[in-house]
Design a protein around this ligand. Sequence first.
Ligand SMILES: Cc1cc2nc3c(=O)[nH]c(=O)nc-3n(C[C@H](O)[C@H](O)[C@H](O)COP(=O)(O)OP(=O)(O)OC[C@H]3O[C@@H](n4cnc5c(N)ncnc54)[C@H](O)[C@@H]3O)c2cc1C
Length: 455
Amino acid sequence: MVVGELAEAADLLVIGGGPGGYVAALRAAQLGREVTLVERAGTAGLGGTCLHVGCIPSKALIELANAAHRTRELEAAGLEAEGVHVSLERFQTWRAELCGSLARGVGDLLARAGVRVVEGLARFNRPDRVAVHTPEDRVLFFEFEHAIVASGSRARTVPANALDSTAALALTAVPPTLAVVGADYIGLELATAFAKLGSRVTVVEPGERVLPEVEASLVKPVLRRLRKLGVDVRVGTGIEGVEAECVVASFGRVPNTDDLGLEAAGVAVGDNGLIAVGPDLLAAPRIAAIGDVVAGSASAHKAMAQGVVAAEVLCGQPAAFDAQAIPIVVFSDPEIASVGLTEEQAREAGIEPVTATFPLAASGRAGTLGARDGFTKLVADATADRVVGVHAVGPHATELAAGGALAIELMAAPGDVAATIHPHPTLSEGLHEAAALLLGQPIHVAAERAAAAQP
Ligand SMILES: Cc1cc2nc3c(=O)[nH]c(=O)nc-3n(C[C@H](O)[C@H](O)[C@H](O)COP(=O)(O)OP(=O)(O)OC[C@H]3O[C@@H](n4cnc5c(N)ncnc54)[C@H](O)[C@@H]3O)c2cc1C
C-alpha cells in the first residue's frame, strides 16, 4: 500500500465495461446502488471485446461478405448484379462509426442511470481497495463496499507472422490467399467471410475436428458449404506446406485475470486463469466475478445474464446464476444454434432422450432463400415430457436459439411447442415441425423421409 494514499468511497465498483460489466452496473444502479465503473479504455471502450473487436465487428464483416456473395449466387433466381466490388477500407470506416455510436449508446445508458465511468487500469491492492492507474499517470484509490470483476478476455498470443482475430477484423484489403489456423467458431467465421470476399482460404485445425464446441452432426452442412466456397479444410495437421499471404491464428482466449492483483483481494485464480465462483457468482465475500473471467462458454449473452445476477446478489436479492441453457451460436454458413442438451449429453445426464429432426429441404422458407441444407433437431426427456435441447443448422439458425431457450427454461413439453402457432413462411417452423414429428404427427414432412434425412 502506498503510504498516505487517499481512497474515495465506492459503494459498488465494477471493473470492465464489456457486456458483463456495463449490464451489472446498470442493474445495480436500478437497485439503488451508487455505481463506479472502471474501464481501461474509458467511455470509448464501453461495450468491451464484444462491441469493439468481437461480436459486432465480426458479424458486420460476415453480413458484408454474405451480401457480396449472395448477389452472385442469386443470379439463377433472376438477380443481375454485374461487377460487385467490396472496399474493406470503406467497411472499416463504417464499422468504426457503428461501434463508436453503439459505445456512445452504452455510455448514455450508464450516464442516465447515474453510473460514474472512470478511465484507467484497475488493480486490487487490498480486499476492499482498488487502485486505478489513469491515462494521465495518476493513481486513484477506491475503497469499495462491493466489487464486480468483469475484465473479460483477450486473444491468446499468436506467432509474429500471424494475425489474431482483432487484427484480422481490422484488415483494409482482402488478402488473395489466407490461411486460418484454428477452426473454433472465431476462426471459422473469419475463414467463411474472407472466402466469400474473394480470398482463397485454407483452414488448418491441429485438433480432430472443426467446431469442437458443437455436436458433429451440426457441422456437416457447414463443411459441405465450405467445400462449395472452395475452402480447403484440413484437420489433424499443422500449417506446414500451406502457402498464404496472410495467416490468421485463432488460438482461443485468455482471461484478463493475471494483472488484477486478485491475490491481494483474496480471490483465487485457477491454472487456466479463471476465477472460481458458485451460483451466487461470489469470488470473495464482497467480490463477484462474471463473464469471460469465469468458467462456462465465453459469450456476451452469458456475461450479460451474469451481470444481472451478480448485481442482484450483491444487493442482497435472492438471485443465482442457474441457467438451464446458455445458447451457443455460430455465424458460420449455414449458421448453427445449439441450446440445452444434445442427445448424447442427455443420455450422460441419465435422461432417456427422444429426438426428432426436421430437414430444411422440407421448409418453404429455406427454399425461398435458396439454402435448404440443414435441419432443426429437438431433444426431449421422454419420462418428464420436457424439451431439453434444440439444435439447428441452417440460414439464420442463430435466430432460432431464443425460441429453443424459452422452451427449455419454461419446461415446455413437445406438445406445447407443437400447439404453439409458428408464423409461415419462417425458418422457426422447423421447431414446430420437429415437435410435431416427435409426437408422431408430422405435417410437412413424411416421417420416413425425415428418418432418411437424419444427420
Ligand atoms: C472475434 C470474436 C467474435 C465473437 N463473437 C461473439 C458472438 O457472436 N456472440 C457472443 O455471444 N460472443 C462473441 N464473442 C465473445 C464475446 O465478445 C465475449 O464473450 C464477451 O465480450 C465477454 O464479455 P465480458 O464483459 O466478460 O468481457 P469483455 O467484453 O472482454 O470486456 C472486458 C472489459 O474490461 C476492460 N478491462 C480489462 N481489464 C481491465 C482493468 N484491469 N481495468 C479496467 N478495465 C479493464 C477491457 O478493456 C474490456 O472493455 C466473440 C469474441 C470474439 C473475439
